[in-house]
Design a protein around this ligand. Sequence first.
Ligand SMILES: NC(=O)c1ccc[n+]([C@@H]2O[C@H](COP(=O)([O-])OP(=O)(O)OC[C@H]3O[C@@H](n4cnc5c(N)ncnc54)[C@H](OP(=O)(O)O)[C@@H]3O)[C@@H](O)[C@H]2O)c1
Length: 339
Amino acid sequence: MQTLLSRAPGPPETLTLETLPDPVAGLGEALVRVKACGVNFPDVLIIEDKYQLLPERPFAPGCEIAGVVEALAPGVSGLELGQRVIAYTAFGGMSELLAVAAERLVPMPEAMPFDEGAALTMTYGTAHYALHERGRLHRGETLLVLGAAGGVGLAAVELGKAAGARVIAAVSSPDKAAAARDAGADQALVYPRGPFDREAAKALSAQFKAACGPAGADVVFDPVGGDYAEAAIRAIAWNGRFLVVGFPAGIPRLPLNLVLLKSCNVVGVAWGAVIRDDPEGESLRVRELIELYDRGLIRPRVSMRFPLARGGDAIARLAAREAIGKIVVMTDPPANGQS
Ligand SMILES: NC(=O)c1ccc[n+]([C@@H]2O[C@H](COP(=O)([O-])OP(=O)(O)OC[C@H]3O[C@@H](n4cnc5c(N)ncnc54)[C@H](OP(=O)(O)O)[C@@H]3O)[C@@H](O)[C@H]2O)c1
């Protein structure tokens, strides 16, 4: 089988397409023929050894997949050969075949295309866990989403609307604003690209405050970090919840006086750790996401598709802040180039 390997820490161009013997399903595992693999920011970090997870090399990046069950280890039940499945795999997804713990596989609806299935578990799983279990988002509340046209950002927009919130999307370009509005955001604002000096940070905060209104944002969903975080927390409501999701713009430092003055909660979202410890809880969450998908309340927006051989280019486009919605790597032709 073909697989895209990281043999030494480095940027996407260091990945090499190689042919390896087909893997075998081990104890409790299913062998999945991968049809599509979602690209996520952790892929940018993991190949450079900058992610909290450090897999043994060589490994393939790619943490969420959609595919078909090709073989089952003896004793594995509840799955059938040929069944369409989706899964979070942490890494390894940019391969034609992957052995996955059977308990991590969730049946995929017949009507769901593989590229959309490969964009469901991590992005929507993170946003769902963040908004509901960490942010306690309620109907009618105001939700401010930063990086709202990225993978987890756009998922938060859709899930926020599905939960009945007023969603303010904050993004860095008019195209991204249009994508967020298309996904259901009530309002979209375009912020400048950081880093910011004092005046620019003040202006950004004023922009957030103007969009959220005098009461502020009940929940801020922040998968961006950097200088955007402090500007956003200044626009949070009394008793608001600030969800710390990710840091593509850098790890921010927050003045704690703001937390006191706003009586707000700064809440960490460690979805990866939660699902590692509770695969059953995660599989329930994915089933709930599939139900929302079936009801037409969420739909991954795949804006670019790359073949396996160009998986490195796919990761590079995401790292360059170019992704709108999801970038997906397809293992089956025809997927030569982007759509
Ligand atoms: N906590 C968890 O459990 C968890 C789970 C999954 C992902 N994450 C994290 O969430 C973050 C977003 O992941 P994702 O897969 O949604 O990534 P993504 O699709 O690339 O979205 C990230 C967004 O961040 C913004 N951004 C600001 N500065 C950037 C920069 N210098 N480089 C790249 N993007 C920049 C971009 O939006 P604008 O251009 O509009 O600003 C971009 O759309 C990552 O840090 C990832 O590690 C965390």
